[in-house]
Design a protein around this ligand. Structure first.
Ligand code: E4P
Length: 285
């Protein structure tokens, strides 16, 4: 059962509907699920297989539809294929297709110029979005600015805590900084903590007041075993080795095009998602 004092929504980070079932059985609730090309490639039914380009999309559609049917009240994030050359128009075409798959989709766009253009158009057209591969406050400010016309619940921002930790920066500082920066805003962007690697990330995100956490099943299991704590008293934090990320004063009221959104990890992330997706495809098929 969901703890009564838990305000943060809990999502599963997975490309496998079997894990959705397990998470539901384990927690007794699930507020949503996020998928991405790498997670779909890890689905046991995809591992070792080669698809045609059409077949792989059918496979993704099947996964997303099954997940959606298991959590009809929740949100399911479906990510567009993008590499460094993918245009806004190409992303929008995919988004429209994905949006017709299920009634509870959020479309994931990478937080680069073309992705932000696509997000701006999408929210104006009434589509829900989840801006992914977010690694700094300028990107978070740009997402806020590009989606200004939308209502709470329609826009998620996915800051990647674990990938910052991986390179020695304290990813949780970035979560705290983003929440602080959004504080004086109108609340239309929900902070969805992504790239969660530990129970410590998970519980600290609740303590910081994150709107949503998406977590691998393994960490949901640890959280359930600990009795679903909402404070970190029961954990021992070890982020001392990580470099602090200082807060930046940024004005949320600028046009999104004015923020410097380039980030090396966003570019690397796009490359990895594209290569995992392309790894599923046999071009001769
Ligand atoms: C979810 O939306 C993200 O794509 C995911 O959490 C990334 O996690 P990773 O950094 O462990 O790949």
């Amino acid at each position: 059962m969901k703890p009564s004092n838990l305000k943060t929504k809990i999502f599963l980070d997975s490309g496998d509907p079997k894990e959705t079932r397990e998470a539901l059985a384990l927690l007794g609730f699930l507020d949503g699920q996020t998928t991405n090309p790498s997670l779909v490639a890890k689905n046991p039914e995809a591992v070792g297989k080669k698809f045609s380009a059409a077949e792989v999309l059918n496979f993704y559609e099947g996964v997303v539809k099954e997940v959606s049917s298991l959590i009809p009240q929740g949100s399911v994030s479906v990510e567009v294929y993008a590499d460094k050359d993918t245009s806004c128009e190409e992303m929008l075409d995919q988004a429209k297709n994905f949006y017709a798959w299920i009634p509870n989709a959020h479309i994931k766009y990478p937080t680069v110029t073309e992705g932000l253009k696509a997000a701006e158009i999408s929210v104006k057209d009434g589509m829900r979005v989840n801006m992914t591969l977010v690694f700094n406050q300028a990107q978070a400010a740009a997402v806020y600015a590009a989606t200004r016309s939308s209502k709470k619940g329609d826009v998620f921002l996915s800051p990647f805590v674990g990938r910052l930790d991986d390179r020695g920066e304290n990813g949780m500082d970035f979560i705290a900084n983003t929440i602080k920066m959004y504080q004086p805003g109108d609340g239309h962007v929900e902070v969805l903590v992504a790239s969660v690697r530990s129970i410590d990330h998970f519980v600290k995100s609740i303590e910081l007041g994150a709107d949503i956490i998406t977590s691998p099943l393994k960490i949901l299991k640890q959280w359930a075993e600990l009795g679903m704590p909402v404070t970190s008293k029961q954990q021992t934090a070890d982020s001392n080795q990580l470099r602090p990320i200082p807060y930046e004063e940024l004005d949320l009221n600028r046009p999104w095009q004015e923020y410097n959104i380039q980030h090396e990890l966003t570019d690397k992330g796009i490359e990895k998602f594209a290569s995992d997706w392309n790894g599923l495809i046999d071009k001769s098929k």
